[in-house]
Write a protein that binds this ligand. Structure first.
Ligand code: BG6
Length: 491
């Protein structure tokens, strides 16, 4: 089965940080795929911009090398790469001075009518400066949008400042705050599953759901990002954005349409209904962890502190949280969250555990009746599983067995699984903000996270050590087992 590709309008994408890591690993490969699949209309250009002094030709070489390194086997096609490179340009610009901006204007003026997207793949500290320069050099047309990457702040106060600095120049409908988790296929499928099927909605509430688990486990460590990560930690890096977005999509009311405002209004209500976790309950509701030396991905790995230059840090590389949503739909249904680096595997999934049957009519020999679970697997092996009790086949009497209706997307649809950025980059061109975070969402997420951070500080909540290559500290197991539940481990 192949998906239908609808070409987008011609566009100019200006990538600030165009020679940086994100452009190299994600943005250029994603744009290349969209070209190969026929989504571009001509003329379409991609313009790298950063402080490095590169020529157009040198940038094309950089892109060619990036594609060689980051495309999967068989995806690099000489003719397509040549065509792709022909649409690449480069301008050295400085966010703090006027150097290079006239040249950028000259290039952009050749395509005044096209969609114009500025992608800020740079440190958030210069979002405001770049926005201002874009404004001062009169680069904003009717068809202009700006895309910003996380982290949007490190607390509510800095997020407000950042949002203000972009908002001074751009209107909210021009601002696309990327959370790449929203571009993942299965995340979008969560909405399809909930809102395009009559089956689940009547059960999607506290009457029928016992609890929800959201796990985003990574086997990687710092990947050379110690400078950033040590000032952030798992709560800021993963929970404030990606995991809260997953929680919102799981818990939100049904929007009246897929219109971006309708969807985002409902997500916002979930964020605002999250029960506070602060100094008074942070120790019961959260566990902080930090990995020690161990083994991961088949070899020995260093501990977190050994990867840092200073060797001293209280930053959490793992966090588990028992979150609760104070509204009618979810009253009394815990949402257990866990995420961490250097865990036993790379797994992201949402597990919905339904309530047990109210009365068992089978005798003991039938075996234990396990509560139904719906497992939405984001990565790897994207797909959805619904566990059900059935009769064990054969003449041996009524024995029950827990089996899964298993829908693995890779085997069900013979299509390449696109990277999250592919969908999102094209949504910017289409001006569809449904899968982007609105300003009030980002701020509401910080409003929930800030008291937790302050609570950790006030209570001096320690980080619990865990061996790299395990599922985190034992305290995280205790967090859920205290409630008579266990982490889903069929992974
Ligand atoms: C990023 C975080 O936002 O998401 C990283 O900053 C993390 O620390 C990454 O590794 C995970 O993304 P994915 O798509 O690999 O699950």
């Amino acid at each position: 089965m192949s998906s239908q590709i609808i070409p987008v309008e011609p566009f100019d994408y200006v990538v600030f940080g165009g020679s940086g890591d994100l452009a190299e690993r994600k943005l250029l490969p994603a744009l290349y795929h969209r070209q190969v699949e026929g989504q571009f209309s001509e003329p379409t250009r991609i313009i790298g911009a950063s402080r490095s002094a590169l020529s157009h030709e040198e940038y094309r070489k950089f892109a060619e090398a990036a594609l060689k390194e980051h495309l999967k086997k068989g995806e690099y096609d000489e003719a397509e790469v040549k065509k792709f490179c022909a649409r690449l340009f480069y301008v050295p610009v400085d966010a703090k001075t006027d150097a290079g901006w006239d040249q950028l204007k000259k290039i952009l003026d050749e395509g005044k009518e096209r969609v114009r997207a500025f992608y800020l793949a740079v440190a958030p500290g210069i979002f405001g400066d770049i926005s201002q320069k874009i404004h001062d050099h009169k680069l904003i047309t009717k068809q202009t949008r700006i895309v910003v990457e996380k982290p949007i702040g490190r607390d509510l106060a800095s997020a407000l400042q950042l949002n203000d600095s972009i908002g001074r120049v751009f209107k909210e409908e021009q601002i696309f705050r990327i959370d790449h988790y929203l571009g993942k296929e299965t995340v979008q499928n969560l909405m399809a599953l909930r809102f395009a099927n009559a089956l689940y909605e009547p059960l999607w509430n506290a009457n029928h759901i016992d609890h929800v688990q959201i796990t985003v486990a990574e086997s990687v460590g710092l990947e050379g990002r110690a400078g950033y990560y040590d000032t952030a930690g798992a709560l800021r890096d993963m929970v404030q954005n990606h995991i809260l977005q997953l929680l919102c999509l799981t818990a939100m009311e049904i929007p009246s349409s897929m219109d971006s405002e309708a969807v985002r209004d409902e997500k916002l209500k979930v964020l605002r209904a999250l029960k506070p976790i602060d100094a008074s309950n942070v120790e019961q509701a959260t566990v902080r962890g930090q990995y020690r030396a161990g083994a991961s991905a088949g070899g020995p790995v260093k501990g977190y502190l050994d990867e840092l230059e200073g060797g001293v840090s209280n930053t959490e590389t793992f966090v588990a949280i028992k979150a609760e949503i104070g509204n009618w739909r979810w009253a009394g249904v815990p949402f257990y969250i866990r995420t961490g680096k250097r865990l036993a595997g790379r797994v992201s999934e949402i597990v919905i555990t339904f309530k047990p049957i109210p009365h068992n009519i089978f005798d003991q020999a039938a075996g234990r009746i396990v509560a139904n679970q719906l497992i939405i697997r984001l990565q790897p092996d994207e797909g959805v599983k619904q566990s059900l009790m059935i009769k064990d086949p054969g003449p041996g009497g009524m024995r029950l067995r827990n089996v899964s209706l298993d829908m693995s997307f890779a085997s069900a649809f013979n299509v390449r699984n696109p990277d999250a950025y592919e969908r999102l980059l094209m949504d910017v061109v289409r001006s569809n903000q449904t899968l982007f975070m609105r300003r009030d969402e980002v701020e509401a997420a910080w409003e929930w996270v800030d008291p937790m951070l302050k609570g950790w500080e006030a209570t001096s909540q320690p980080v619990q050590g865990y061996t790299a290559g395990t599922w985190g500290p034992s305290q995280a197991i205790a967090l859920i087992e205290r409630d008579g539940r266990t982490w889903h481990d069929d992974i």
